[in-house]
Design a protein around this ligand. Structure first.
Ligand SMILES: Nc1ncnc2c1ncn2[C@@H]1O[C@H](COP(=O)(O)OP(=O)(O)O)[C@@H](O)[C@H]1O
Ligand SMILES: [Mg+2]
Length: 282
């Protein structure tokens, strides 16, 4: 459904995408996980034909992203930011405006608003909405034309956990309906819980890609045993046979308050590969 092949792009002589390749299959939720400045938004813009790459190919539904017809453009739903919402119009009026442009029947608006928890507020002007409500309205707009492919740029950035859950629930429903989703995030919990596959993007390059649990398992050498002793000290040991003896000794001397293994997360994998945290700006 979505294909990037060796995509490169520079802004003012600075490389922001450096040979990015991946494919997204039908019905997948694919995540681009990376810190601010990694190139996520640029990648979405190229894949949706809003920006022309310097080299490489981007294709959507088997067509070059730069040559999409207006019919093909209608197969895409995109949530880029809250731009394009009319501040003085109500939630409902904003969506009915898009419904007219997209030739979508108005009855669809209420269904979408109910699904996303905005129905009660449908008469409020956009200027009175919280960030979370605006985000959900942008998502509602992206869902208006039942597009088989959705691009969502940081759909839950800065939202509270309850709103994030609502959005995740809506996205899972879209996948169940056969929709293909590409989303960007710098939140590893989001990537881990929502995405079938993720690409870790750093300085315009994919540094690893795969199912989130498989990626973490691959880096299991980062898995340590963390022992908290009764005197409050924390001890980190290899999670392997070499640690059998010291653990036995701590146990025999009744010095152990707790033992945990530290399974790698996407965040620890990211730090291992880049030396940087996902939340840091590059
Ligand atoms: N229109 C632009 N002109 C110049 N530089 C840009 C432009 N858009 C993005 N950049 C730069 O390209 C890099 C990648 O940006 P972006 O794709 O927005 O990253 P992300 O979405 O991962 O935060 C950043 O260093 C950003 O400053
Ligand atoms: Mg961005």
């Amino acid at each position: 459904m979505i294909k990037a092949q060796n995509l490169c792009h520079s802004f003012a002589g600075r490389r922001v995408l450096d040979g990015v390749s991946f494919q997204v299959q039908k019905g997948e939720i694919f995540g681009l996980l990376g810190p601010s400045g990694a190139g996520k938004t640029t990648l979405i813009k190229i894949l949706t034909g809003q920006l022309s790459q310097d080299s490489g190919t981007a294709s959507l539904l088997g067509r070059d992203s730069r040559k999409l017809s207006s019919h093909e453009r209608r197969q895409i739903g995109a949530m880029m930011d809250c731009l394009g919402l009319y501040e003085r119009l109500s939630i409902y009026s904003n969506l009915s405006f898009y419904a007219d442009i997209l030739h979508v029947p108005h009855r669809k608006i209420n269904d979408i608003l109910q699904g996303i928890g905005l129905y009660e507020d449908r008469k409020k002007p956009v200027s009175k909405l919280s960030k979370g409500m605006k985000n959900r309205l942008s998502l509602a707009r992206a869902l208006m034309n039942d597009a088989p492919v959705l691009f969502l740029d940081e759909p839950t950035a800065g939202l509270d956990p309850a709103t994030t859950r609502k959005i995740h629930c809506t996205l899972n429903k879209q996948r169940e309906l056969g929709c293909t989703l590409l989303l960007t995030t710098h939140n590893m919990f989001e990537a881990q819980s929502l995405c079938d596959r993720v690409a870790l993007l750093y300085q315009g390059r994919i540094i690893d890609m795969g199912n989130p649990s498989d990626i973490c398992r691959k880096y299991n050498h980062l898995n340590k045993l963390k022992i908290t002793l009764t005197d409050g000290r924390d001890i980190l040991l290899e999670n392997g046979s070499a640690s059998a003896l010291p653990v036995k000794e701590y146990l025999e001397r009744n010095m152990v308050a707790s033992i945990h293994s530290t399974e790698p997360t996407l965040e620890t994998v990211f730090i291992e590969l880049t030396g940087k945290e996902l939340g840091e700006y590059e």
